[in-house]
Every structure is written in structure tokens, then in C-alpha cells.
Design a protein around this ligand. Structure first.
Ligand code: TPP
Length: 322
């Protein structure tokens, strides 16, 4: 695919307008703007309840320059399935003027790993041609930082608070993207706003795919992760450089899902000494502060590092890099 130039990007229409009320440093609007810019065709967006939805649709205003439907917390994928089916039916009856329309479902990690999973799994099994964008900020942020299936181990949230009883969330992060690959859809990819070229190429592939596509975005939240809002892109980079969030894609080829490591992670696979220790990533975030103060909890940090290494090795193996 051709390289996208920043100038061309600046000249394309903003489908998510400025003036929304998401927090400074929030990873959600950057990702959504870039994904929407990757679509050359008209897009219909179905948003689950969450930060993106409440902050872009405060009555009587809207930030959406595209048709936009607010779904309940749990059913963005079901709404998107219905929109896709309706477009097909309208085309059959000859009343629809567009040749191609993309349908984008957007939800947070709460709306995807947990409460929206049934609708998502069903839509992918029924093979609706939709793109599902997961904005993973690793907790239910809109309602006050509750832990989700996407919250990583030992992160402190309001429902897994560090203290005398527990040192943050005791369970590990669910590997949702690998679960989505097991649905054998047309396309699955992990994306990060720090690697915007990679993000846009993958979004283009997702929109062009001949079936359901899943985009998993690493989406920092300064409020919930308790980091300085100018560090969000730095954290996006560190997540890739430490391999806690590797960049990869999986495409259906001859009926089989084929995994492929993306360039920023491939560089680390080829030069393992470039892989940064996870402590560099943890240290910048207040949700992990209890791992360092009043004294460093080396055993817990080691457990996180071991988990990262194990999951990274699984990805390397699936991508044929081992
Ligand atoms: C069935 C249902 N349960 C709970 C809620 C309350 N609720 C609204 S948004 C939200 C959290 C959303 O979290 P997430 O999906 O991670 O998105 P984020 O706000 O972090 O972007 C919750 C619990 C709801 N709207 N509907």
C-alpha cells in the first residue's frame, strides 16, 4: 500500500470535528480521526456508550460529520450488523444511491471485553461486513475508572484499588484480539496512534476487507492511568517498545488466519536488545505508583515482566518469527 503523506492527511475532511469535550491527552479522538480519514467511502458510525459517545454528543451539539448512531453500552456490534443488513436490503430494492458504504462500530474496553462481547462475537460469526474499533483505555473510564477484562495486572482502579488488601487488579488482561482471530474473520489488527502510518494502512485494509474486521487500539487515558497528558504518545511508543502491546495483524488467506508482525514490533523481534524493560512503562503511570512507593515491589514487577515476555513469545510464534 502507498505511503500516506501528512500533507494529504491534513487536507482530508475532519469526520470527527474539533470542539468535543474529551480530556486533553485522551487517545480516543486521535485514533478515531485517523481511522475515519482512512475510509475513502462514506461511513456510518455506531458508538457504544462510553467516553467517546458522551463527550461528542452533548445535546444540542455533535462532533460527528458523518451519520452516527448511539447504541446502548452492550450492543454496538449488533447495531452495526443491522445497519449493514439494512444497506444490503435497500441496495436490493434500488433505493440506495451509494455503491459502497462503510459501517464502523466503536466501543471502549468495557463495551468490548465484557458487556458487549456477546454482540461482537455474534456479529463476527454471522460474518457481517463491519469494522469494529476497540478503544482500549484499560478500564471503564466514563463512569469513574472501574476495572474491566482489559485492565492489566496490578493496575489500580476504583474497583481494584491498591491498598492493604490487594496490590491492584489481581487478574491478567484478556487477550481479546487473539480471541477475535479465533472467530476467523476477514481481518484483525492492533494499532497505536504513535504509529499513525501503520494505523491508517491497517484501517484501510479493515475497510476493504471482505468480511468483519477488528481494530484494537491502544488508547491512553491520562485521567485513569494518572499520567501527564503530554505523555500519551510517549506511552503509546513505550507500550510497543516494551512489547506489552505489540503491533501485528492477522488476515484470512486460503481460509486460514495468517499472523504478521508489523514494522515497529518486527524491529524489536530482529533486535531483541532493543526491547525495553516494562518498568520504564510502568513508572510513568500513577495507576502503578504503589509498585514503586513506599518501596519497590520487585516480585510484582517481575510477574508483570514475565507475563509480557510470555505473551510476546506467543505473538512471535504465531507470526513465524521464532
Ligand atoms: C447496561 C449498562 N450498564 C452500565 C452502564 C453505565 N456505563 C456507561 S458508560 C460505562 C463505562 C464505559 O467504559 P468503556 O466501555 O471502557 O469505555 P470508556 O468510557 O472507558 O471509553 C458504564 C459502566 C450503561 N450505560 N449500560
Amino acid at each position: 500500500m502507498s505511503i500516506i503523506k501528512p500533507k494529504d492527511l491534513a487536507l482530508t475532511e475532519e469526520k470527527l470535528a474539533p470542539g468535543h469535550r474529551l480530556c486533553p491527552g485522551c487517545g480516543e479522538p486521535t485514533t478515531v480521526k485517523l481511522v475515519l480519514k482512512a475510509s475513502d467511502e462514506p461511513v456510518i458510525v455506531c458508538s457504544a456508550t462510553g467516553c467517546l459517545e458522551v463527550s461528542t454528543s452533548i445535546y444540542p451539539y455533535t462532533s460527528w460529520n458523518v451519520p452516527w448512531i448511539h447504541s446502548a453500552f452492550e450492543n454496538a456490534a449488533a447495531t452495526a450488523s443491522g445497519v449493514e443488513a439494512a444497506i444490503k436490503a435497500l441496495k436490493r430494492s434500488g433505493v440506495y444511491k451509494y455503491d459502497k458504504v462503510n459501517v464502523l462500530a466503536v466501543a471502549g474496553d468495557g463495551g468490548t471485553y465484557d458487556i458487549g462481547f456477546q454482540a461482537l462475537s455474534g456479529a463476527f460469526e454471522r460474518y457481517h461486513k463491519i469494522v469494529y474499533l476497540l478503544l482500549d483505555n484499560e478500564a471503564y473510564m466514563n463512569t469513574g475508572i472501574q476495572r474491566s477484562g482489559g485492565t492489566p495486572s496490578y493496575a489500580s482502579t476504583t474497583t481494584s484499588p491498591d491498598g492493604k488488601v490487594i496490590p491492584g487488579k489481581l487478574q491478567t488482561k484478556k487477550q481479546i484480539s487473539r480471541i477475535m482471530v479465533e472467530h476467523e474473520p476477514a481481518y484483525v489488527a492492533t494499532i497505536s496512534a504513535a504509529y499513525w502510518q501503520d494505523l491508517m494502512q491497517k484501517s484501510k485494509k479493515a475497510f476493504a476487507a471482505d468480511g468483519p474486521a477488528f481494530l484494537h487500539s491502544f488508547t491512553p487515558c491520562p485521567r485513569g492511568w494518572r499520567h501527564a497528558d503530554n505523555l500519551s504518545i510517549e506511552l503509546c511508543k513505550l507500550a510497543v517498545q516494551t512489547c506489552i502491546f505489540p503491533l501485528w495483524e492477522a488476515e484470512k488467506s486460503d481460509g486460514k488466519m495468517v499472523y504478521k508482525l508489523s514494522a515497529p514490533s518486527k524491529q524489536i523481534a530482529k533486535n531483541p536488545d532493543k526491547k525495553k524493560p516494562i518498568v520504564e512503562y510502568l513508572k510513568l503511570q500513577g495507576r502503578y505508583r504503589h509498585l514503586f512507593k513506599p518501596e519497590e515491589k520487585t516480585e510484582l514487577i517481575k510477574q508483570i515482566q514475565d507475563w509480557v515476555d510470555t505473551e510476546w513469545n506467543i505473538i512471535l510464534e504465531r507470526c513465524g518469527e521464532k
